[in-house]
Design a protein around this ligand. Structure first.
Ligand SMILES: Cc1ncc(C[n+]2csc(CCOP(=O)(O)OP(=O)(O)O)c2C)c(N)n1
Length: 337
C-alpha cells in the first residue's frame, strides 16, 4: 500500500523533459552556454596572471539568459549590453580571438585594444556595446530601435541590463518612449538580485521588476533565468511581438552571478546558503545531464564537444598573447575632436 502511494507520488511529478526543438538546436544551446563558461574561466586565469587589467565583470552563472534569448535573434538584429558583456558578445556571433585580444589590450582586439572588457563594440555583428554606466546603453538601444522602425527594416533590438539599472531615471524615460512609439525593442533584465554588495530589497521599492514595465503599459513576465528553455520561450514571444510592430516587451530573468561583482570583488556580502542553493541550479550541468539522460548525446559525443570548445578557447588565448600591443601612434587614431 505504502509502495503504491509512493509510486503515485513520484508519477505526479514527472522529470522535466527537453523541448521538441530538434537535436541540433539542443546541442547548439548547450555548446553556447558551455563555451561562455569555459571562456570566462580562462579570462579569470588570464586576469590573475596579469595579462588582463582594469575592471572585468564575469557573466558566470547567468549564461542561460544570453544563450536562450540571443539564440533566437536574426543575424541582422541588434544586441545592446552592459559591462557584463562577454557572453552577450560571443552569443551574437563575436570572434573569441578578437575578444580575448581586446581583454589583453592588443591591437587585434574587437576595438583595437582600446575598449577593454566593458567597451566591446562590433557593428558588423549588430553588437552595440559594452557600457560602463549602469543603464547607459538603454537610451542608445531606444535610438537604434527608433531607427529600425523609421527605416521599416524589420530588425529588433534586444537590450540587456541588470536589476540596478531599473532604479535610474533614463530607464523609465526609455520605457515610456519605447511604448509610446511602439518600438521593436525587447528588454531583458538580468535580475541577479544584487548590485555589487547591495541587495535589491534595499534599493528598489518594487522587487518584481517586470511590474515596473507594466507601469509604462509594456507587457512582460518573470522567468527562471537558470532555465534556458524558459528564457528562450519568453524571448520568442517578445521578439515576435516586437517584429510584428506591436511594440516592446519586458523579460525579467531571475538569476545569480556565481562570482563577485568583478574580478576584484571578494564577494563577502552574500550568504553561503544562498550561494550553495543557486549553484545547485547551475544551468550548464543541468542541461548536460538532461542531454545525456534523454540520449540526445552520448558520453563520447559530449566529451568531444567539450574538448573542441576548450581547444578553441586555448587558441584564443594563444592568439591574444601573441598579438602585438597597439603602436604609440594609435593614440591619435579614432579620436573625435
Ligand atoms: C550610473 C551609474 N551609477 C553607478 C555605477 C557604479 N556601479 C557599477 S556596477 C553597479 C551595480 C549595478 O548592478 P546591476 O545593474 O544589478 O547589474 P549587475 O552588476 O548585478 O549585473 C554600480 C552601482 C555606474 N557604473 N553607473
Amino acid at each position: 500500500m505504502a509502495k503504491t502511494a509512493k509510486r503515485r507520488k513520484s508519477a505526479a511529478k514527472p522529470k522535466p523533459t527537453l523541448p521538441d526543438i530538434g537535436k541540433d538546436e539542443l546541442i547548439k544551446l548547450y555548446r553556447s552556454m558551455y563555451y561562455m563558461r569555459r571562456f570566462e574561466l580562462k579570462v579569470a586565469e588570464m586576469y590573475l596572471d596579469l595579462h588582463i587589467g582594469g575592471f572585468t565583470h564575469l557573466y558566470i552563472g547567468e549564461e542561460a539568459i544570453a544563450a536562450g534569448a540571443i539564440s533566437i535573434l536574426n543575424k541582422d538584429d541588434y544586441v545592446m549590453s552592459n559591462y557584463r558583456d562577454h557572453g552577450h558578445y560571443l552569443m551574437k556571433g563575436g570572434d573569441p580571438n578578437a575578444l580575448m585580444a581586446e581583454l589583453c589590450g592588443k591591437q587585434t582586439g574587437v576595438c583595437k585594444g582600446k575598449g577593454g572588457s566593458m567597451h566591446l563594440f562590433d557593428l558588423n555583428i549588430g553588437f552595440l556595446g559594452g557600457y560602463a554606466i549602469v543603464g547607459g546603453g538603454l537610451p542608445i538601444a531606444l535610438g537604434v530601435a527608433y531607427s529600425n522602425k523609421y527605416r521599416d527594416n524589420d530588425r529588433v533590438v534586444m537590450a540587456f541590463f541588470g536589476d540596478g539599472a531599473t532604479n535610474g531615471g533614463s530607464f523609465h524615460a526609455v520605457l515610456n518612449m519605447a511604448k509610446l512609439w511602439a518600438l521593436p525593442l525587447v528588454f531583458v533584465c538580468e535580475n541577479n538580485l544584487w548590485g555589487i554588495g547591495t541587495h535589491i530589497s534595499r534599493v528598489s521599492a518594487v522587487t518584481d521588476l517586470y511590474k515596473k514595465a507594466e507601469g509604462h503599459g509594456i507587457p512582460g513576465e518573470m522567468v527562471d533565468g537558470m532555465d534556458i528553455f524558459a528564457v528562450r520561450e519568453a524571448a520568442l514571444k517578445a521578439v515576435k511581438q516586437a517584429r510584428d510592430g506591436k511594440g516592446p516587451y519586458f523579460i525579467e530573468a531571475r538569476t545569480w552571478r556565481f562570482r563577485g561583482h568583478s574580478m576584484t570583488d571578494h564577494d563577502k556580502y552574500r550568504s553561503q546558503e544562498d550561494k550553495q542553493a543557486w549553484r545547485e541550479r547551475d544551468p550548464i550541468p543541468m542541461l548536460k545531464n538532461q542531454l545525456l539522460s534523454e540520449a540526445v548525446m552520448t558520453e563520447a559525443e559530449m566529451d568531444k564537444l567539450e574538448v573542441q570548445v576548450q581547444e578553441s578557447i586555448n587558441k584564443a588565448q594563444d592568439f591574444a598573447l601573441e598579438s602585438p600591443m597597439p603602436p604609440k601612434e594609435a593614440l591619435y587614431e579614432d579620436v573625435y575632436a
